[in-house]
Design a protein around this ligand. Structure first.
Ligand code: CUA
Length: 323
């Protein structure tokens, strides 16, 4: 019944409903415990709201069209007391209790399965995985998670952003000078989409990231591969000589600058420019020569002075950075 209801809603064509129909980025297609709670609350509130609406409209229609005969004062008093005070108080209190039960606990005693540090930047995502020995593996614009509980440690170096993976749960602000913690428990493997949910500048809407949920053993293999330095046989000199290393780290090749996204395993990523374009040679060419045309306000300068052969060599090198 509920699924039928969703299909009707999805067929509705309302803008709000339409955006909820992309299952990779929908709070109504939960892939985690917290998102399941939110989805249940949504359907409960929608159902309750619809029932109350039907009752109120029914009474209104009866009052307008029904047989008119005088009611006793006693009946009128009771009607107002029950229908106008007791009924809404009970319904709203019940919904409040259900909603409050979804709030996270004040204290979290159990250690999470994984801790991921998130820095929201204009306009991309820096992710760092905390290894058991305390060291960190940095990556960008694509988050991989195992089934189970992950604690996100969230901040921002520039303006306020908001970290949100709708399929996993609620959002959390990324605030400069402050560290926020968010725990999400993934229950269903798959590829989902995370976004920035707080207006943060010109390219706020171009600040997304794939969120890939793995079975635990697959995740361990991914993290081990991600922790390795770049393994490429392609000549890195176009990258090094054009100054790309002033902003981007490619572990094992250039580790000086880190104001931009880490590119160590860039070739294995699905998207470029933080979820903005598929990772293809043509898109990479567009991005490198004129980032502002792809993503207004991006801090990366245009590299339109590169000769064609040099640009080809640079794209070849970046594409070879595979896990
Ligand atoms: Cu970052 Cu909106």
């Amino acid at each position: 019944m509920r699924h039928h209801g969703r299909r009707v809603l999805c067929a509705g064509g309302l803008a709000a409903a339409a955006s909820a129909c992309n299952p990779t980025q929908s709070a109504l297609h939960p892939a985690g415990e917290e998102a399941e709670g939110v989805a249940h609350l949504f359907w409960l509130m929608t159902g309750t709201g619809a029932a109350v609406w039907v009752i109120v409209i029914g009474i209104t229609v009866y009052a307008v069209l029904g047989r008119r005969r005088p009611q006793s004062e006693r009946f009128a008093d009771r009607f107002i007391l029950i229908g106008g005070v007791a009924f809404p108080t009970t319904v709203l209190a019940a919904l409040l209790v259900v909603g409050l039960a979804l709030l996270p606990a004040w204290t979290e005693d159990e250690a999470p399965d994984l801790r991921v540090h998130v820095a929201a930047e204009q306009f991309w995502w820096r992710f760092a995985y905390e290894l058991p020995d305390g060291t960190r593996v940095e990556t960008a614009n694509e988050v991989h998670l195992p089934l189970g509980t992950t604690e996100f440690v969230i901040t921002s170096p520039d303006v306020i952003h908001s970290f949100w993976i709708p399929a996993l749960g609620g959002k959390m602000d990324a605030i400069p000078g402050r560290t926020n913690h968010l725990r999400l428990t993934a229950t269903r493997p798959g590829v989902y989409r995370g976004v920035c949910a707080e207006f943060c500048g010109l390219s706020h809407a171009l600040m997304a990231f794939p969120a890939i949920i793995h079975a635990p053993e697959d995740f361990a293999a991914w993290l081990a591969a991600e922790a390795h330095p770049a393994a490429t046989t392609v000549d890195p000199s176009p990258f090094v000589e054009n100054g790309c290393g002033a902003c981007h780290v490619v572990r094992g090749i250039s580790e000086a600058g880190s104001v931009g996204p880490d590119l160590t395993h860039f070739g294995s990523r699905e998207t470029i420019a933080a979820g903005t374009l598929p990772n293809t040679e043509a898109n990479l060419r567009r991005w490198i020569t004129n980032p502002d045309a792809v993503k207004p306000g991006a801090h990366m300068p245009p590299f339109d002075q590169l000769a064609d052969a040099e640009l080809d060599a640079l794209i070849l090198f970046l594409g070879s950075l595979r896990r």
